[in-house]
Ligand binder design. Structure first.
Ligand code: GLN
Length: 490
C-alpha cells in the first residue's frame, strides 16, 4: 500500500484501525523527506530517531486499547519558531542557531496531547520577517513546483514540506500572511486563525499584536482537525480567548445554501490573470453551490501595507531587544566591536547575530517609535489600523465571508526580489489586513498559471468564525480538484 499522498485523516484511520503501524507511516514519510529534501530544503532538522521512538510508543498505546487522540499516527512538521523543550528553536537566525528551548509551546503541547508525531523543524525567514524564506540565515528552501522559485514565506519550509508530501500537516505562524502566502505559492491550503484563537505561549515573538499560529495541509478537512487540536484558551497567554473550540470537522458537512459571500472586487484590478480567473471562477463555483455572492469593499485596505510595515517593525524592535548576548543564544565579545565593554558586546552580538532584513526592521521600528516621530508614524498607523478594523466590521454586517486573492502574483524566482525590499513588502497587500483586524483567513489552491504554477484564493471571516471559513472552503474543495494537483517532484 502506498501511504504517501494520504490525508492526515486517512493516515489516522489506517493507524487506528490497525491496517498500518505508526512506524510504517513515519518511516515512509521520513524516507521520502530524506530522499527529496536535499533538493527542496524544507527542513532544518529531521527528528528521525525521536519520531520512530514515538511511533513505537503510540503503537503500544494503540495495542493496549487506550483511547487515541485525533492526530494519532500523523506526521507533522513544525516551523522553527515554536519552542520545544530539548530541541533547538533557531528562528532560522544565527542568533538562535544553537539555542535549546527550556520549555514547550502550548501549540506543540496540544499536538502531542493529540498523539501527533513531530518529524522535524522547518526553514523560515529569519524571525519570520519576509515573504520568500530567502531571509533564512540557515539555508535555502525551494518551491517544489519549480525548484528555481521561492516557496514564499515566512513559513516557506512548512508549505514546501506539505507540497512535496513529506508530511500531511505543517504548523506555521502568520503575522502578515506567512501561512497563507507560502500556501498559495506551493499549492496547499493554509489557515491563519483569529487573533486569540491559538495560544502564542512559546511562539517566538515577532509582532505580538499580529502573530498567530496555524496549520497548513493539502485538504481543508486536515486543517479542521489540526485547528481543533491547536485552538483553545491558555492561561499562559493573556491574549488567548476563553471560548469553546467547536468541532470544526463536523461543520464541514453543513450545506452552504444562504451563505453570503462578499467579493472584494477592488482587489481584482492589479492581479496576475490566472489569479483573477481563480477568484472569479471560485465566486461562480460558490454561487452554484448555493452561496449568495455580492461585491463588497474594504475602503482602507489600500493602507494595509503601510500600516503593517510600521506596526510590525515597531513591535519587532521591542521584542528583539531581548537578544543581547546575555540571556539568549549568540554572544560575541566586545573585542570584535569598535566600542568596548558591555555596550560593545551588545553591538558585536547583534551585528553578527542578525541578518540584514532583521536589522532593517529593528531600525524602521525604532525610528517609528522614537520621540518626535511617534505621532507621525506609529500613532498614525494605529489610527489606520482602526479604520481597517471598522471596514471589516461593516463588511461583516452585510456578508458572512470575504472572497479575494491571496497574493497579487504566483511564486517568483529565487533572487528576483532580494534587492528590492519594498517590492517584496507589496506582495503582502491582500494578507496583512486580516492580521491588522485580527480576523481569521484561509488560502486554498484555486488554479494554475500557464507555466503550471499554483495560485490561491483567500477567504476571510468574522472573528472566531473559523467553522464557517472551513465549511465554505471545504465545499469548494469538494466541488473542485485544484488541491489534489501535485508538483512533479512528488
Ligand atoms: N511578509 C510579511 C513580513 O515580511 C509577513 C511575515 C509574517 O507573516 N511572519 O513581515
Amino acid at each position: 500500500m502506498s501511504l504517501t499522498r494520504s490525508s492526515a485523516i486517512e493516515l489516522n484511520r489506517l493507524f487506528v484501525s490497525g491496517e498500518v503501524s505508526a512506524r510504517e507511516i513515519v518511516q515512509t514519510y521520513l524516507e521520502r523527506a530524506e530522499q527529496w529534501d536535499r533538493r527542496v530544503g524544507a527542513f532544518l532538522e529531521l527528528y528521525r530517531d525521536e519520531a520512530l521512538a514515538r511511533a513505537d510508543e503510540l503503537q503500544r498505546k494503540r495495542d493496549s486499547g487506550a483511547e487515541l487522540g485525533a492526530l494519532a499516527g500523523v506526521p507533522i512538521s513544525v516551523k522553527d519558531v515554536l519552542c520545544h523543550r530539548g530541541h533547538v528553536t533557531s528562528c532560522a537566525s544565527k542568533m538562535l542557531q544553537r539555542f535549546e528551548s527550556p520549555y514547550t509551546a502550548t501549540a506543540i503541547e496540544r499536538l502531542l496531547a493529540d498523539d501527533a508525531i513531530l518529524i522535524g523543524r522547518t526553514n523560515m525567514d529569519e524571525f519570520a520577517m519576509g515573504g520568500s524564506t530567502e531571509n533564512s540565515a540557515l539555508g535555502t528552501t525551494r518551491n517544489p513546483w519549480d525548484l528555481d522559485r521561492v516557496p514564499g514565506g515566512s513559513s516557506g519550509g512548512a508549505a514546501a514540506s506539505v507540497s512535496a508530501d513529506f508530511c500531511p500537516i505543517a504548523i506555521g505562524s502568520d503575522t502578515g500572511g506567512s501561512i497563507r502566502q507560502p500556501a498559495a505559492y506551493c499549492g496547499v491550503s493554509g489557515l491563519k486563525p483569529t487573533y486569540g484563537r491559538v495560544s502564542r505561549y512559546g511562539l517566538v515573538a515577532f509582532a505580538s499584536s499580529l502573530d498567530q499560529v496555524g496549520p497548513l495541509a493539502r485538504s481543508v478537512g486536515d486543517l479542521a482537525v489540526a485547528l481543533r487540536s491547536l485552538a483553545g484558551y491558555d492561561g499562559r497567554d493573556s491574549t488567548s480567548a476563553p471560548r469553546e473550540v467547536p468541532d470544526y470537522a463536523a461543520s464541514l458537512e453543513e450545506a452552504m445554501a444562504g451563505v453570503r459571500i462578499g467579493l472584494l472586487e477592488e482587489q481584482l484590478s492589479q492581479l496576475h490573470p490566472a489569479i483573477r480567473d481563480a477568484v472569479t471562477g471560485a465566486a461562480e463555483t460558490l454561487a452554484s453551490l448555493g452561496a449568495v455572492v455580492e461585491p463588497v469593499a474594504l475602503p482602507h485596505a489600500e493602507y494595509g501595507v503601510a500600516t503593517y510595515y510600521l506596526i510590525a517593525p515597531s513591535e519587532a524592535s521591542s521584542n528583539l531587544a531581548r537578544y543581547d548576548g546575555v540571556r539568549y543564544g549568540l554572544r560575541v565579545e566586545a573585542a570584535d566591536h569598535a566600542e568596548g565593554g558591555l555596550v560593545g558586546m551588545y553591538g558585536a552580538t547583534r551585528s553578527r547575530g542578525f541578518g540584514p532584513e532583521v536589522k532593517r526592521r529593528i531600525m524602521l521600528g525604532t525610528y517609528a517609535l522614537s520621540a518626535g516621530y511617534y505621532d507621525a508614524y506609529y500613532l498614525k498607523a494605529l489610527k489606520a489600523r482602526r479604520l481597517i478594523q471598522d471596514d471589516y466590521r461593516r463588511a461583516f454586517e452585510r456578508v458572512d465571508l470575504l472572497l479575494g486573492p491571496t497574493t497579487p502574483s504566483p511564486a517568483f524566482r529565487l533572487g528576483e526580489l532580494t534587492d528590492d525590499p519594498l517590492e517584496l513588502y507589496l506582495q503582502d497587500l491582500f494578507t496583512v489586513t486580516a492580521n491588522l483586524a485580527g480576523v481569521p483567513a484561509l488560502s486554498v489552491p484555486a488554479g494554475l498559471t500557464e507555466e503550471g504554477l499554483p495560485v490561491g484564493i483567500q477567504l476571510q471571516a468574522r472573528p472566531f468564525d473559523e467553522a464557517r471559513l472551513l465549511q465554505v472552503a471545504g465545499r469548494y474543495q469538494a466541488a473542485t480538484d485544484w488541491h489534489t494537483r501535485r508538483p512533479r517532484i512528488a
